[in-house]
Design a protein around this ligand. Structure first.
Ligand code: ADQ
Length: 470
């Protein structure tokens, strides 16, 4: 089996044996792929250094080798906080109002991608498969090619791909997309993002796209395809039945004293629609004064990207909204919104999901959204909760038996909350059964196997394989 070289912005160094449960689903899946393929995981350590040296910190844990580099403060500011998180992230989530176009950011982004290319290329052996992740590293494939790397290179984008009319607001957009086309396989979460990408290469670049979704570029064929990511189903359902989950389940249940529970779990990010979610719950409480004391929203939202101003603003905005809604509807012994800014071990999270009657997943735009799938995986099939899911999350393409809502419509979400709270057991079970089948079949193992197989294939995948529903 060929060796795999995974490259991502940050590397999650595997914990010592026994602690693997503390990692996210993606890290677990990539670690297991790397173990199977005897691979290397390369990226930024998360540490800063006065002056970039290119020093590689190599570690071997649990059969996986990680190689990390430190970056200069200016790199972190221009590449990570700048171009990645103030330019590409908002633009790719359709927020051109928040997108900042600063030439220094673009230069920093290219510089760091060059640094990644310099540092990782000596580690790549002739037969290795190279798998690049996400919007931080879009031009990396082309930089590896310039250093003579002839290996199969794949790129997977975890975020949405924006419509052509939005993307063209980005200075040098064509240069960015051309650089991606130096890869052999470009993966997206859903057919929707894939179609936007194909539209761009056809309309803006005049390239030909074959029926098998291959793009002809500079005499080569590049496969573009949807590979919907999933959760580690086995690991998560097992965790949801363990003692730690049970303890978390009971702790949450007893704290609400018989009230119903809604749960939201999101990184604190404006794309997740948290403000609209709180307002929708406020609307529900206002419209149903008789039932207002019967349901609690537990919102778990660990802060992220705190150095970026728009993230500081969303945090302030949510604190204000929570205070306002709780002020209007709280009573002695009852607070409607429990807003918690911290992370939890996965087993505890699984217990909280299982205790919740409703999973409230309402992003304004999301590449996939794993929380929706985790919520389904953690439910008791004999008495499952109801998933309320944004139609703008990639996951809505697969989870069609959720209550799909438009997160911009406060009324629509408020009505869905009412519907979920009163849904009969038979309907809940019927919906959950179908949702669970989808989460189980299209799990993270299948995602990475599909991607690695497409990458390893000498010829582009056949049209029948390409038509995987997303
Ligand atoms: P994210 O935007 O981070 O991921 P999501 O897919 O929901 O969004 O994944 C978040 C993960 O973090 C989940 O596994 C969740 O359990 C975990 N998490 C969140 N809050 C937590 C907390 N307080 N404690 C513990 N764990 C917590 C990006 C894209 C998504 C895409 C994923 C994977 O934005 O669209 O689905 O990558 O490709």
């Amino acid at each position: 089996m060929k060796r795999l070289v995974v490259i991502s912005n940050r590397v999650s160094v595997p914990k010592a044996a026994g602690a693997a449960g503390a990692q996210g689903g993606l890290a677990v899946a990539l670690n297991s792929a790397l173990r199977e393929h005897r691979g290397i995981w390369f990226g930024w350590s998360g540490q800063e250094t006065e002056e970039f040296t290119g020093h590689l910190d190599m570690q071997r844990n649990d059969d996986v080798t990680t190689a990390t580099i430190d970056l200069e403060p200016q790199d972190v500011e221009e590449y990570y906080n700048g171009y990645a998180n103030r330019t590409l992230w908002p633009l790719f989530h359709y927020r051109i109002d928040l997108t900042e176009y600063d030439r220094n950011f673009g230069e920093g982004y290219e510089r760091v991608n060059e640094r990644f290319a310099d540092s990782v290329s000596p580690l790549i052996e002739p037969d290795d498969l190279v798998w690049i992740h996400d919007y931080h590293l879009l031009p990396l494939g082309s930089m590896l090619r310039r250093r003579g790397i002839k290996n199969r290179i794949g790129l997977f984008l975890h975020t949405p791909w924006p419509p052509t009319r939005l993307l063209t607001s980005l200075p040098f957009h064509e240069r960015l997309v051309s650089s991606m086309l130096e890869c052999d396989v470009i993966g997206f979460q859903t057919t929707e993002w894939l179609e936007s990408f194909l539209h761009y290469v056809q309309k803006e670049m005049g390239l030909k796209v074959g029926l098998d979704n291959t793009i002809e570029y500079n005499g080569r064929k590049v496969l573009a395809r949807a590979f919907p990511i999933g959760v580690d189903y086995e690991e998560f359902t097992e965790a949801s039945r363990g003692a730690e989950a049970q303890e978390a389940y009971e702790r949450l249940k007893s704290s609400v004293r018989g009230r119903k529970i809604m749960i939201g779990v999101d990184r604190l990010d404006y794309s997740k629609g948290l403000g609209e979610r709180f307002e929708s719950f406020g609307r529900y409480l206002g419209d149903h004064p008789d039932n207002a004391g019967d349901v609690v929203l537990l919102q778990i939202a660990p802060p992220s990207r705190g150095d970026v101003a728009s993230y500081q603003q969303i945090r302030e905005d949510l604190e204000r909204k929570t205070g306002h809604i709780n002020g209007a509807h709280a009573d002695v012994g009852f607070v409607p919104i429990r807003y918690v800014n911290r992370g939890y071990p996965r087993a505890q999270l699984a217990g909280f999901y299982r205790a919740a009657d409703i999973g409230l997943v309402t992003p304004l735009r999301d590449g996939m959204n794993l929380v929706a799938k985790e919520y389904i995986a953690a439910q008791d099939p004999e008495n499952p909760g109801v998933l309320i899911l944004s139609q703008f999350a990639g996951a809505a393409h697969q989870l069609k038996d959720a209550l799909l809502i438009n997160p911009h419509s406060i009324e629509h979400v408020s009505e869905a909350i009412e519907r979920a709270l009163t849904m009969p057991l038979a309907e809940r079970k019927k919906r959950h059964e179908k949702l669970l089948a989808s989460v189980r079949e299209q799990d993270v193992i299948r995602w990475r196997e599909d991607f690695v197989n497409a990458l390893a294939a000498k010829t582009p995948a056949a049209a029948s394989e390409v038509a995987t529903p997303a």
